[in-house]
Ligand binder design. Sequence first.
Ligand SMILES: CC(C)(COP(=O)(O)OP(=O)(O)OC[C@H]1O[C@@H](n2cnc3c(N)ncnc32)[C@H](O)[C@@H]1OP(=O)(O)O)[C@@H](O)C(=O)NCCC(=O)NCCS
Length: 400
Amino acid sequence: MIGTAVEGLDVSITGLGCKVPDRVVTNEELSQYVDTTDEWILERTGIRERRIAAPDEALSDLALPACRDALAQAGVEGRDIDLLIVATVTPDMAFPSTAAILADALGASEAAAYDLSAGCTGFMYALAQGYGMLAGGLAKRALVVGGDVLSRILDWEDRSTLVLFGDGAGAVVLEAVPERGFIGFELGADGGGGANLWLPGSGSRLFDEPDKYVKMNGREVFRFATRILVQSAEQLLARCGVSIDEVDLYVPHQANTRIIDHATRKLGVPSERVVINVDRYGNTSSGSIPLALADAAADGRLRPGELVLMTGMGAGLTWGSALMRWSKEGRGRNGRGHRRRGPRGAPDLRARQRRVGARPRAALLPRRRRRPRRHRRPAAGPRGDVAGGARGGARPRDRA
Ligand SMILES: CC(C)(COP(=O)(O)OP(=O)(O)OC[C@H]1O[C@@H](n2cnc3c(N)ncnc32)[C@H](O)[C@@H]1OP(=O)(O)O)[C@@H](O)C(=O)NCCC(=O)NCCS
C-alpha cells in the first residue's frame, strides 16, 4: 500500500511521550544467563544495554505515562481523544485490548479503542490508520501508542534472540494542523516470510511443537531488513517526489546498527541525520520508532518544519514507512498550561492485573531462572541515566 496525503485534512503529530522500565540489563548481565559476550553483542548488533520490565509491569503500565506525556505536550486531555490505537504484540492480555484499558485510565470515554498487531512495524501501521481516520473525518484526535514488553515472550535461554530485544513504549497525539504534516505512507506485508520471526502456539493454530517464546531465523530476517528498509523508503520518496537529500531526519526501526548502517549507506543519508538509540534500548519492537523520535526531540534534532522519514520492519513479515513534516509545537508542549488529570472512573483492571501478575512466574524472573555460570554479580539496580531530556521530558522516562 502506498499513497500520498493529498486528500482530506492536514494531520500531524502534536504531542509525543515515551517510557522505558527502570531496570537496565547490560550485555555483561546477559552473559550470565546465556553463552554470549559483550563483544559479540556489540559487534553484531551495536546494543550495549536494554530496559527490562519488572515482573508486575505490563504494557499499559509503560504506555500510560507515555500517553500522559503525549497529551500534555499536545495540550489536550484524555477526554479529547476519540481514537486510541495500541500497536503491540505483547498486550496486557488478549482481551480486553490494552487500548481499551488505556482509554479507561485516561478518561477517553468517547474513544474507539483497539490493539493492532503488525510486529515491530505496528507503530507505522497505527500511524497510517490514525492519519487515515483523521484525514477522512471519522475521528478528530487520535492517540497512537507503540510499545512492547518483549522480555515476556523471549526465551531467556536462547542467546540468538535474548540479546536483541528490550521493553519500552511511546505515544503520539495526532491532530489536524494548518500546514501539511504527514506527506505519505508505504506499508506492506509478506506472510510467506512469517516463519522467520514468529511465536508458534500463541493463538488458535495447533502446532506439533508449540512454543510460547519468539523463534527467529536471524540471517533471513537480516536479509529482509536490509532490503526492505531501503526499498520501502525509496518507493515512498519517489511517490512523494522528494529526494533523500531533502530529508532532515531519518528514523529507522532500531533493530541493530548493522541493519541501520546498511540502510543508511544504500539510501545515502549522512550519518548526522540518522537517529540511533538501539545501543541503549535494544530493539523495543513497536516502541522503537516513537522512542527514537523522543530521543531526537530531547537532543534538539527534531525541530518544527523538518522533513522526517521513518521506516519500520518486523514480524509478519511487515514493513512501513512514513514521510512527514514535523509540526509546529503543540499547544501544551512541555506541559505548559496543562492541567493533569488522574485516572477517571474505576480503572482498576490494571491494579487487578498486577495482583494476578504478582504470582512469581519463572519466565518473568529472568535473573532467577539460571544460576550464573561464571560468578554472581551484584544485581543491576534501577539507574536513572536517561531521565528527563532537555525538552521537558521528551526523552524516554524512567519513572511514571
Ligand atoms: C541475529 C544476528 C545479530 C546474528 O548475527 P549473524 O552474524 O547473522 O550471526 P549468525 O546467526 O551467523 O551466527 C554466528 C555464530 O554466532 C553464534 N551466536 C548467535 N547468537 C549469539 C550470541 N548472542 N552470542 C554469541 N554467539 C552467538 C551462532 O550460534 C553462530 O555460531 P556458529 O558459527 O558456531 O554456528 C543477525 O542475524 C541479525 O541481526 N538478524 C536480524 C535480527 C533482527 O533484527 N530481528 C528483529 C527484526 S524486527
